[in-house]
Design a protein around this ligand. Structure first.
Ligand SMILES: Nc1nc2c(ncn2[C@@H]2O[C@H](COP(=O)(O)OP(=O)(O)O)[C@@H](O)[C@H]2O)c(=O)[nH]1
Ligand SMILES: [Mg+2]
Length: 409
C-alpha cells in the first residue's frame, strides 16, 4: 500500500483564551491522525471576531505571502468558522483549501469508525455540518478536491445538492435506529478470535500512537494473517510469547464542539469490546482531569473492563515521586517504564490462569495431546505410572483436567 496523504497542513491559531497552547499542540497530533504533515503555524490575538474573516485581513495577507508558492497546502483554522468565513479566508489566501477544527475532527472520526453504528453516526455528523455549507451551490466546496475534510461521505456528497443530503440524513437516522435496536457487537470480528485485546484510550496528544509504535515496533507486519484484516490502528503485541491485539483509539479532544459529541462517542465503541484498557494521560499536563473525563465518558457508555492507568511523558516531569502511585509511569520517547508496563499488562490477564500439577497415566496419554492445545506445559517428567507435568491453563479448563490433579504429597 502506498501512503496516500502528503497533504501539508498549516495552522491558523486564534488566541482567545489561556488554553490556546494546549489546543494548538493538540491540533498537531490531530493533523497527524488525519494523515497530514504539519508545516507551520500563525498565531493571532483575537480581541473582536471579524464577521467576514474571523481574524483581520492584515494577518491574512501576511499568511498568504508566507504560504505563497507552496503546493498541496491545506490551512487548518483551529476554531469554528461559519460557512462564509471559510470561503472568505480561502479567497484571501488565494484559493487555498481551508478547513476548520470541526471538519478536521470529523475527518478523523470517519477514518476511525469501525462498527456500522459508528460509521452511520459519523456520517450523520458530517452531513449535518456540511449541509448549511452547501449554499453557494458547492462551488467552493467541490474545489476542495480530496484529502482531509473530504473523507467519509464527503467526496460524493459534496457534489450533490442539499435536497439529496436531506434525504440521505433521513435515511441514515432511520438506519441508526434500526442498528441500535439490534445492536450486535458480535459482528466485530475481533470478538470471534481468542486473542486478548488491549485498547489505548485517553486524550489526544498524550502519546498513545507513539506508545503503540514503540510497543509493537518489532512486530509491525504481524506474522498472523488474523491481524492483516483488521483496521490499521490495531497491531500485534508480543509479551513473553503471548499475543495481544493492541488498538489505538480516537483521542479525547479539548474543547470538543458539542454537536459532534455523539459522533465522538461512537468511535469509542472499540474500547468497550476490549479485554483491557490502558488509560493514557500526560504526566506534564492536567492528568487528573484527563483520567476523570476518560473514565466518566466510558462509564456512561457502559464500559466495565479492566483498566491500567498509565502516565506518559514522565521525562518532562522533574519530581516523578510526586506522581500518583496507582499509575504506571512511563516515557514512550525514552522507553523508561516500558518493562513495568508490559509486566502490568500480562499480570492483568494472569488471574484467568491457574497452574495445575497433573499426573496422567499411560492409558490416558491422548489427554496430554489435548492438554497441549489449551495449556502451556511448564514441566514434564515420565515416571513408572505415566507422565507428571505442571501446566498453566485458563481456569475454564479446570474441570476438563481436574481428575488428573496430582494429590499433594
Ligand atoms: N517528551 C515526550 N514527548 C512524547 C512522549 N510520548 C509522545 N510524545 C510526543 O507527544 C506528541 C503526541 O504524541 P502522539 O503519539 O501523536 O499522541 P496521541 O494523540 O495520543 O496519539 C508527539 O509530538 C510525540 O512525539 C513522551 O514520553 N515524552
Ligand atoms: Mg494518535
Amino acid at each position: 500500500m502506498t501512503e496516500l496523504m502528503t497533504e501539508k497542513v498549516f495552522i491558523i491559531q486564534p488566541v482567545l483564551n489561556d488554553n490556546y497552547k494546549t489546543v494548538h499542540s493538540e491540533a498537531k497530533a490531530l493533523i497527524e491522525s488525519a494523515g497530514g504533515v504539519y508545516i507551520g503555524s500563525a498565531f493571532q490575538n483575537v480581541r473582536e471576531i471579524n464577521a467576514a474573516t474571523y481574524i483581520g485581513s492584515g494577518k491574512l495577507e501576511e499568511i498568504a505571502s508566507e504560504l505563497d508558492g507552496l503546493e498541496n497546502v491545506t490551512v487548518l483554522f483551529n476554531g469554528e468558522l461559519s460557512p462564509s468565513q471559510t470561503l472568505n479566508i480561502s479567497a484571501a489566501l488565494g484559493g487555498l483549501k481551508v478547513i476548520d477544527r470541526t471538519t478536521l475532527i470529523l475527518d478523523i472520526f470517519a477514518r476511525n469508525a469501525v462498527t456500522s453504528e459508528g460509521k452511520i453516526q459519523v456520517e450523520i455528523a458530517q452531513l449535518k455540518y456540511i449541509y448549511p455549507r452547501l449554499k453557494g451551490k458547492g462551488a467552493a466546496l467541490s474545489r476542495l478536491g480530496g484529502g482531509i475534510g473530504t473523507r467519509g461521505p464527503g467526496e460524493t456528497q459534496l457534489e450533490t445538492d442539499r435536497r439529496h443530503i436531506a434525504y440521505r440524513l433521513k435515511y441514515l437516522e432511520r438506519k441508526l435506529e434500526e442498528t441500535k435496536s439490534r445492536r450486535n457487537l458480535q459482528s466485530d470480528r475481533r470478538l470471534k478470535t481468542n486473542v486478548k485485546t488491549v485498547a489505548l484510550v485517553g486524550y489526544t496528544n498524550t502519546g498513545k500512537s507513539t506508545l503503540l509504535n514503540l510497543l509493537t515496533g518489532a512486530t509491525v507486519l504481524s506474522r498472523n494473517a488474523l491481524f492483516v484484516t483488521l483496521d490499521p490502528t490495531a497491531r500485534c503485541l508480543m509479551i513473553d510469547d503471548r499475543e495481544y491485539l493492541l488498538i489505538d483509539t480516537v483521542g479525547f479532544i479539548q474543547e470538543l464542539p458539542h454537536d459532534i459529541v455523539e459522533a465522538f462517542k461512537s468511535t469509542l465503541e472499540v474500547a468497550l469490546t476490549c479485554d483491557l484498557a490502558l488509560f493514557v494521560a500526560d504526566a506534564s499536563a492536567d492528568y487528573e482531569m484527563q483520567f476523570r473525563t476518560t473514565f466518566h465518558t466510558l462509564q456512561e457508555l457502559g464500559f466495565d473492563k479492566k483498566i491500567i492507568k498509565v502516565l506518559n511523558k514522565c521525562d518532562l516531569v522533574d519530581n516523578v515521586s510526586s506522581l500518583p502511585s496507582d499509575c504506571v509511569l512511563i516515557s514512550a520517547t525514552s522507553g523508561q517504564g516500558i518493562p513495568a508496563l508490559l509486566e502490568a499488562i500480562s499480570d492483568s490477564f494472569n488471574d484467568r490462569y491457574i497452574e495445575l500439577e497433573l499426573s496422567i497415566p499411560f492409558s490416558d496419554m491422548g489427554v496430554f495431546a489435548s492438554l497441549k492445545q489449551c495449556a502451556t506445559v511448564l514441566s514434564e517428567k515420565y515416571t513408572d505410572e505415566g507422565l507428571q507435568c505442571t501446566v498453566k491453563a485458563e481456569k475454564i479448563y479446570y474441570n476438563k483436567f481436574k481428575r488428573f490433579i496430582r494429590p499433594k504429597s
